[in-house]
Design a protein around this ligand. Structure first.
Ligand code: ASP
Length: 444
């Protein structure tokens, strides 16, 4: 009897007191010692492994489902918190970024440099992708009827170039409050640009507003820092769901295409862009990747350049020491308008669909693909699978069947991870390039 009591007490100690007094503080201490970067990295690895276990092993669905829904919730909390802060962040960051640029004697160079950089790198990405597709032709030999089921159940919403231009104009010039309410980042960007320029022109008369906006920006960044404490868990949740729900059968059938897409995207992200960075700014790519890795892991797991914005802004100003006004202006504008990974993917996917249908795309047709893919990437918002909507326009520009998007959508989630990282990388390198060129008096 006494022995039983003793056992009970020691068990009780093990589960309650020991937990409170020993294990929990120890775990917290250990976590505090591991840097946030490492925690995020570990969270990502754990997410990949858990996704594989929960989604692709013989576990019965009734066992894995509750875990999956728990991880899904964890990821959702993190991504929703990022979305919550992104509109105030974009608004204050661009307005303050532009208004504070007035102190820089080379501010006039920033716009042309950013536009030139974005167009050049986006075109390079699309052309690299097309070249790889022309050489490897992964769609040849695949039977389009394999995907008949997906294509038949797909509802096409036709998107012509003209329709695209109209909806683009509708999205960029709109009531700023409505734009904020509808999460329309492009509309917010445009209004913030106007506001920033007006503050510069009014000078002394608008200093109070500028002060308030600067303070609001600091406040939003403080909230971003809090949200980032959740990043390891959030990223683990997002990646668990992503891996668990991957359609492995379809991924296998399309593996050649996927390899070419991922290979070309990595080529652009690991060779072309770092080379541009190194040649223009002298920053070592290794140093750049180390400084930005938190942002890249976030981009990979959220598949959203916009949701990654708070993290990339923090990394680039704190770790790479890019001037705050430049980063605050270039990164949000880039997150919506400069998407190398998306342009490359849209061009490659169009050629893949052509291969699949047995259609030959002549050089002028491929040039049209490059140009529409560039436009489509400018128009795509920085959210998951946004490229799939604008993809319809690229296909239709050269007479390819829009239903083919159904095949692409089925495998888009895993592919979106890598292209979003390259989208974010392109923006961050853009900020470094703009800083270097704007500051160097004799460069232009
Ligand atoms: N997910 C991409 C991004 O946020 C856009 C896309 O290509 O779908 O940058």
């Amino acid at each position: 009897m006494i022995l039983d009591e003793k056992k009970k007490i020691s068990k009780h100690f093990l589960y309650t007191k020991a937990w409170k007094m020993v294990y929990y503080p120890l775990a917290v201490k250990m976590m505090m010692k591991i840097s946030l970067n490492t925690q995020i990295f570990l969270g990502a690895l754990l997410g990949l492994a858990l996704g594989a276990i929960l989604g692709h092993t013989a576990l019965p669905p009734q066992t894995s489902a509750p875990f999956l829904s728990g991880f899904d919730l964890l990821g959702k909390i993190f991504i929703n918190l990022l979305k919550m802060i992104v509109i105030p962040l974009v608004f204050t960051s661009i307005t303050a970024g532009i208004a504070n640029l007035k102190n820089s004697p080379h501010a006039k160079r920033i716009w042309p440099t950013l536009i030139f950089y974005s167009l050049t790198t986006t075109a390079l990405a699309a052309v690299t992708g097309l070249t790889a597709m022309n050489f490897i032709k992964p769609g040849v030999g695949l039977d389009i009827h394999l995907f008949k089921e997906n294509m038949d159940s797909f509802q096409i919403h036709s998107l012509t170039l003209n329709g695209f231009a109209h909806s683009f104009v509708d999205a960029i010039f709109m009531n700023p409050v409505a734009a904020m309410g509808q999460n329309n980042i492009l509309g917010v960007v445009v209004f913030a640009v106007f506001l920033g320029i007006a503050i510069i022109i009014l000078g002394e008369k608008s200093q109070t507003v500028l002060k308030v906006i600067n303070e609001l920006f600091e406040i939003t960044m403080t909230i971003v820092r809090w949200i980032m404490r959740l990043a390891p868990l959030g990223i683990m949740g997002l990646l668990t769901k992503l891996v668990a729900q991957a359609n492995t059968q379809l991924l296998f059938v399309l593996s050649k295409y996927i390899l070419v897409v991922v290979g070309s995207t990595l080529f652009h992200g690991l060779i072309t862009l770092p080379l541009i960075l190194w040649l223009i700014t002298g920053i070592s790519p290794w140093k750049f990747f180390l400084a930005m890795k938190e942002a890249f892991i976030t981009a990979f797991s959220t598949s959203s350049s916009t949701a990654t914005l708070p993290v990339s802004l923090r990394c680039i100003t704190e770790n790479l020491k890019v001037d705050a006004p430049i980063a605050r202006f270039v990164l949000p504008v880039g997150a919506t308008l400069n998407m190398d990974g998306t342009a490359m993917y849209e061009a490659m996917a169009a050629l893949f669909v052509a291969n699949l249908c047995g259609a030959h795309l002549s050089l002028p047709a491929q040039t049209t693909v490059v140009l529409t893919a560039m436009m489509a990437s400018i128009g795509a918002p920085g959210i998951p699978s946004a490229g799939m909507v604008t993809m319809i326009m690229v296909l239709q520009s050269v007479g390819l069947p829009a239903q083919a998007v159904a095949i692409l959508i089925a495998i888009d989630r895993p592919l979106d991870t890598v292209r979003t990282v390259v989208n974010v990388e392109g923006d961050c390198i853009g900020a470094c390039v703009v800083q270097k060129i704007a500051a160097s008096a004799d460069f232009l």
